[in-house]
Design a protein around this ligand. Structure first.
Ligand code: SF4
Ligand code: SF4
Ligand code: FES
Length: 254
């Protein structure tokens, strides 16, 4: 007697537009070893038919690099914020027989699993997370960086703007307006840059304002969720100290 081919059951929370009601669709996909969530979604796109045989549309999601570099494919996979391209189906099936997919819950849904993460980019703008060069004339060589500073900066430069740290942060919500761990880490990255440090005080003052670093409850969910293992706890603690010193300086120079 022939045995039934192994399948993977996937439940996906879907939403056809930002204001549409969310529905759950269930799919059964033929099992192949070494799949990731992106390839699973690709299989659905090839044959968008749910488990009851009803035709539906391919699932919308963001993805670009397929190697955990662009940060666009973050979603809730089995309830955890992680990247679709690096989430391996074999490992997920060890967690549960059914794989669940849902959009990040703290960001506006664009469609299905695609969300609008522009809040992070607005927050990065608010703390001036850049090196201020205008590019209109040759500035010559930049200042030299000490190897010890490079070593501290490099892990912070690995941020892929995925927003997983913000999704899991209890303080990242509309009430607090908290900027979140990624923005604090990038403020530290640019404050440590010999050229970028010219805006250091502006960054510290921005982090002292509404939704700033004082909103962090130091629960450290962020550091656990970060797929690139940024040293977020250290960044938050260092920036908390620098913000305090800046506030004292500003108080006495008013
Ligand atoms: S330490 Fe906690 S409160 Fe602070 S940014 Fe990380 S998750 Fe949010
Ligand atoms: S700090 Fe980590 S979790 Fe947060 S946006 Fe950057 S890479 Fe993603
Ligand atoms: S597709 Fe770029 S991080 Fe997943």
């Amino acid at each position: 007697m022939a045995t039934a081919a192994r399948t993977i059951k996937v439940e996906i929370k879907r939403q056809s537009s930002p204001d549409a009601k969310a529905v759950t669709e269930t799919f059964e996909i033929p099992y192949r070893p070494n799949m990731n969530i992106t390839s699973l979604l690709g299989e659905i796109a090839l044959n968008p038919v749910d488990v009851s045989g009803k035709a539906t549309t391919p699932v919308t999601y963001d993805s670009n690099c397929l190697e955990e570099i662009c940060g666009s494919c973050a979603m809730l996979i089995n309830g955890k914020a992680r990247m679709a391209c690096s989430a391996l189906v074999d490992k997920l099936l060890a967690e549960s027989n059914t794989i669940t997919l849902a959009p990040l819950s703290k960001f506006p849904v664009v469609r299905d699993l695609a969300v609008d993460r522009s809040v992070l980019f607005e927050n990065l703008k608010a703390v001036k997370a850049w090196v201020p060069i205008d590019g209109t004339y040759d500035l010559g060589s930049g200042p030299r960086q000490q190897p010890q500073i490079q070593e501290q900066r490099y892990p912070l430069s690995n941020c892929i703007s995925c927003c997983c740290c913000m999704e899991v942060c209890p303080q990242f919500n509309v009430e607090t307006g908290f900027v979140g761990a990624a923005t604090i880490a990038q403020a530290k990255l640019f404050n440590m840059d010999p050229a970028g440090s010219v805006l250091k005080e502006d960054r510290l003052r921005a982090l002292a304002g509404d939704g700033g670093i004082q909103e962090c409850g130091f629960a450290q969910n962020c550091v656990v969720a970060c797929p690139k293992e940024l040293p977020l706890t250290e960044a938050i603690s260092d920036m908390g100290r620098d913000v305090f010193v800046q506030q004292v300086k500003d108080f006495f120079t008013r």
